[in-house]
Every structure is written in structure tokens, then in C-alpha cells.
Design a protein around this ligand. Structure first.
Ligand SMILES: Nc1ncnc2c1ncn2[C@@H]1O[C@H](COP(=O)(O)OP(=O)(O)O)[C@@H](O)[C@H]1O
Ligand SMILES: [Mg+2]
Length: 313
């Protein structure tokens, strides 16, 4: 998305957030986040439920006031950027105004912006032309999301913020949605979208920022993040083996004991298995599994092996 941009476009970041913190009572939803998104970049905010993605996005949009830290959107306060029509958003929650047709609704929203896109063009871009005459109360979940996308776009914003936009869309519809998003991004827009699917982040973002427990735990290209998330786990029955020793095997990130079993969390499970079999012929019931994305995220926080399942704050 960075090709063909001139120096003026890159001089001011699309989003600049520094030292962002937000707590709800004792719960630290977002802890000291720093993130800069270049103008024209498409960034995925990836993390499990409860990671703090929505809170971060709502602070970037000026909907939630941070406890500490500052946000600038194209160099301005979020609310000023929103008022100027520079920002289009699809929030995680929200519904459509009833009693209007899709075209009427998109037209009304367009009239609120200084330089809207032609309504027909937006309906076409978002695949909602066929729904134009339909009352907004008669839409499926996926159709509603596409109309909400049209509403986010019609003001022709420079920054598009999408919070888990495909949550209500079936698998087939998702691809269409992301293709439409990609077409918009190619017009030089800055896009920030939240997702808890690694595949979506991988396929449609230039850069992936991973959040877990209110912190940014990784920030890199999709390829880099995919490699980091590719943690595999080896389990085996091994009474009496020293887990500390196993933890030092090549390819092993951490080791823990669960009764008679040992569980090795591996950066390189092939290397670990090779050494494990060579050094400990007495192992039984060996099992190698791909870690779920949730485990991979926790691993990225640096305390994956010691964390209790379901015990996250
Ligand atoms: N308005 C709120 N009041 C209290 N707790 C909240 C509120 N909003 C979010 N939280 C909590 O903050 C944490 C982060 O939530 P959220 O930002 O919605 O995460 P995500 O979008 O990654 O699922 C969660 O533990 C959530 O329950
Ligand atoms: Mg959320």
C-alpha cells in the first residue's frame, strides 16, 4: 500500500498513539500502548477476545478517553479529525437506523460529510447495490455489515477503522468483504482493522500488531507474525524426567510438568522432537500438536507456559 506515495503523504502519520492506558476499575484494559500507523498503511490489530483491541480503537476514534497517553489522527486530536470527515468507522457494536432503505440511509450519511463519494459508487464498492431498495430492518447479519461498511466509506475518509467487521459474516461473504476493503486500501487509504483471526490479518494487512492482555506483544509483517505464532506443543509421558533440562533442548521455548506428562512449547518442534527421541528413549505417548492461536498469543507475551487456562485477568 506504500507504493507511489510522496513525501508529503508520509510526513504526518495516519495514527500516532503513545503511552495509551485505560483501566476499568481494577481491570487494566490497555496498558501503555505505543503505535504509529503511516498514512496509506493497512494494519491489523490482532488478538484474542478481551485483549484490548476495541478499547484501543475507541480511544483512537476519540470515543473513550484514555487515562494517560495521547492520540493523533493525521496530526490532530481524534475528535477534530472525525469532525473534519477524515475518519470512517465500523464499530463492533451498533445498529442501523430503521425505517429507511439502504440507499436512503447511505445518502443521509453522505449528506453529513463535506466531500462524500457518490452513493452509487459506494453501493457498488461494498456489494450493496442489490440491497439499495431494501429496508435496513430486513437485512441478514452479513448484509448489515456490508451496509455498515458503506456508511463508513461514504464520507471518503482518509482513515478507515474497522472493529471485527466480519464477525457476523459467513465464510464466503468474508472473502468478498475483505476484497472490497482491499480495493479501498489500494486507493491510498489508511486502514486499521481489528480481528481475532490470524488468517484475516495475514491475508489483508501490510502489518500486524498483536495485542494480548492490554499490551502490544508483537508488531511486524504478516510473515514475521505467522512465524512467531507457529508454536507447536509436544506432550509425552515421562515420569521422573527433569523439566528444566527438557526446557533447554534445541527448539524448546518452555517446558512444564503435568503429573506424569511433560508439555514442551516449541519454536521448532522438529528439532525438539529429534533431540528428545535421541536423548530420552524411554518416552511414551508422544504427541505433537499445533498450538491454538490463543496459546500462540500467550506465548508471545512471554508467560505462555505458566499461564492458567481461562485465568486471564
Ligand atoms: N466499558 C467497560 N467497562 C468495563 N470493562 C470493560 C469495558 N470495556 C471493555 N472492558 C474490558 O476491558 C478488556 C478489554 O476489552 P476490549 O477492548 O473490548 O477487548 P477486545 O476488543 O480485544 O475483545 C476486557 O476485559 C473487557 O471486559
Ligand atoms: Mg473488541
Amino acid at each position: 500500500m506504500m507504493q507511489g506515495m510522496n513525501i508529503l503523504d508520509t510526513a504526518v502519520a495516519g495514527v500516532q498513539a503513545s503511552g495509551l492506558t485505560k483501566s476499568y476499575g481494577p481491570l487494566k484494559a490497555v496498558r501503555e500502548i505505543d503505535v504509529t500507523i503511516a498514512a496509506g498503511e493497512t494494519v491489523a490489530l490482532l488478538g484474542p477476545n478481551g485483549a484490548g483491541k476495541t478499547t484501543t480503537i475507541d480511544m483512537i476514534l476519540g470515543l473513550v478517553r484514555p487515562d494517560t497517553g495521547i492520540v493523533r489522527v493525521f496530526g490532530r486530536e481524534p475528535k477534530a479529525a472525525v469532525r473534519a470527515g477524515s475518519v470512517g468507522a465500523m464499530l463492533q457494536t451498533g445498529s442501523l437506523v430503521a425505517y429507511l432503505s439502504v440507499r436512503e440511509l447511505v445518502s443521509v450519511v453522505a449528506s453529513l460529510y463535506p466531500r462524500p463519494l457518490p452513493v452509487d459508487e459506494v453501493l457498488e464498492l461494498t456489494g450493496t447495490e442489490d440491497l439499495a431498495g431494501r429496508p435496513t430492518s430486513k437485512l441478514s447479519g452479513g448484509q448489515t455489515q456490508r451496509v455498515r461498511f458503506a456508511i463508513a466509506l461514504v464520507g471518503d475518509p482518509n482513515l478507515l477503522v474497522l472493529d471485527e467487521p466480519t464477525a457476523a459474516i459467513d465464510v464466503e461473504g468474508r472473502r468478498d468483504f475483505w476484497e472490497a476493503m482491499h480495493a479501498i486500501a489500494r486507493r491510498g487509504k489508511t486502514v486499521l482493522f481489528a480481528t481475532h483471526y490470524l488468517e484475516e490479518a495475514d491475508a489483508y494487512a501490510d502489518r500486524v500488531v498483536v495485542m494480548a492482555r492490554g499490551r502490544i506483544v508483537a508488531d511486524g509483517s504478516p510473515t514475521e507474525i505467522r512465524a512467531k505464532a507457529a508454536t507447536r506443543t509436544i506432550r509425552a509421558t515421562a515420569p521422573g524426567l527433569d523439566v528444566a533440562e527438557l526446557g533447554r533442548l534445541p527448539g524448546v521455548r518452555s517446558a512444564e510438568r503435568l503429573g506424569d506428562q511433560v508439555v514442551l512449547s516449541c519454536a521448532d518442534a522438529d528439532a525438539a522432537l529429534y533431540h528428545l527421541l535421541g536423548s530420552y528413549p524411554g518416552l511414551r505417548d508422544i504427541e505433537v500438536r499445533g498450538a491454538g492461536i490463543e496459546d500462540a498469543f500467550l506465548e508471545l507475551t512471554g508467560d505462555g507456559a505458566t499461564s492458567q487456562k481461562g485465568g486471564r485477568p
